[in-house]
Design a protein around this ligand. Structure first.
Ligand code: PHE
Length: 339
């Protein structure tokens, strides 16, 4: 009897200490201390023992019961305390603890500015076109009325490949490719990488991005160009921004203009950023030169058009007050995370 008691007690205790959930503790309790429990049965059996053994065994049985009850109580408390921070694997976790935030990816500042510019022109009905970064001299130069002795063809500006191919120095060849493919009207933009044999410094990069625009139809005038670019400037830089068209020269447009916006920093009064001129140059533009129409087989007596091209890095630098173009390509997360 005594050894039976001892065995039940120690078995109950080990089951209690290995229980990892309160449910398990409940079933241990029922198994040993319930109405039909093993310890209960044993205590009941005391009645059939000889009178002289009863008090001693009764005390032992009570002590065993109490120690099992006590073990149940303290194990319950332990499990309850652990509930708060028990690992997820056990099916519980503390929803009040601060979590580890997942690092959220973000778009590159150039992609964001580009997406915005594309959005502005698509809302005006411009289609989005694409062209190759590896170009022929024909598309990059000849068809754009850039003669063979033009300085833009100089080895210093153009990165030449084998077989007369080159890395496009601007996105204007895409104009030619699109016009070759379809008759007027054309209303397109195109964006992408361009390459120039420049040494990288704060304002130069051998690779940068341009966005090009072309509109061709009957009766397109310089006024249309001004209207579209003015709208672009206010949508991109804010309603108070002013534009200025300065006469300029590009072989593929005539007349040509360089377009400035009023300085975003000083509002036009003159400061360090605009070199005290009050203006910041943002793009080149003009009316498509009849020579370009001839190259693609458009009748320049019937159709006219305008074109413009701008550097996306430049726009992004002006928008965000970035003073070094190389920051876009260093991939320093401290820079990229600011956008
Ligand atoms: N292609 C010119 C450049 O890279 C920009 C431009 C495009 C100018 C279209 C006029 C018209 O500088």
């Amino acid at each position: 009897m005594e050894s039976q008691l001892e065995e039940l007690r120690s078995r109950a205790l080990s089951e209690i200490s290995s229980a990892s959930e309160t449910k398990e503790l409940e079933s241990v309790q029922i198994r040993y201390l319930g109405r039909k429990g093993r310890l209960t049965a044993l205590v009941r059996g005391l009645g059939g023992l000889p009178e002289k053994d009863r008090p001693r065994l009764g005390r032992l049985a009570n002590a065993a019961k109490r120690s099992v009850e006590e073990a149940l109580r303290s194990r319950r408390a332990e499990l309850a305390a652990r509930k708060g921070d028990s690992p997820v694997g056990e099916g519980r976790f503390d929803v009040t603890l601060p979590g580890t935030r997942p690092r959220i990816g973000r778009l590159h500042p150039l992609t964001r500015v580009l997406d915005e510019i594309i959005e502005i022109f698509s809302s005006l009905g411009f289609t989005l076109e694409e062209g190759p970064e590896i170009e022929s001299e024909y598309y990059n130069f000849d068809a754009l009325n850039i003669p063979a002795d033009h300085p833009a063809r100089d080895m210093q500006d153009t990165l030449y490949l084998k077989n007369g191919l080159l890395l496009r120095t601007h996105t204007s060849p895409v104009q030619v490719r699109v016009m070759e493919k379809q008759p007027p009207p054309v209303r397109m933009i195109c964006a992408g990488k361009v390459y120039r044999a420049d040494t990288a410094d704060a304002s130069h990069s051998p690779m940068f991005h341009q966005i090009e625009g072309l509109m061709v139809d009957r009766g397109v005038s310089f006024t249309d160009l001004k209207g579209v670019l003015n709208l672009f400037a206010t949508r991109c830089f804010g309603p108070r921004v002013k534009t200025r068209f300065r006469a300029s020269f590009f072989p593929f447009t005539e007349p040509s203009a360089e377009v400035d916006i009023s300085c975003l920093v000083c509002g036009g009064r003159g400061c360090r950023v605009c070199g005290s001129s009050g203006w910041l140059e943002i793009l080149g533009a003009g009316m498509v030169d009849p020579e370009v129409f001839k190259a693609v087989g458009y009748d320049h007596r019937v159709y006219s058009g305008y074109a413009f091209g701008m550097g996306i890095e430049r726009i992004a630098m002006l928008r965000h007050g970035i003073n070094d173009i190389r920051l876009f390509f260093d991939n320093d997360l401290r820079f990229l995370r600011q956008f």
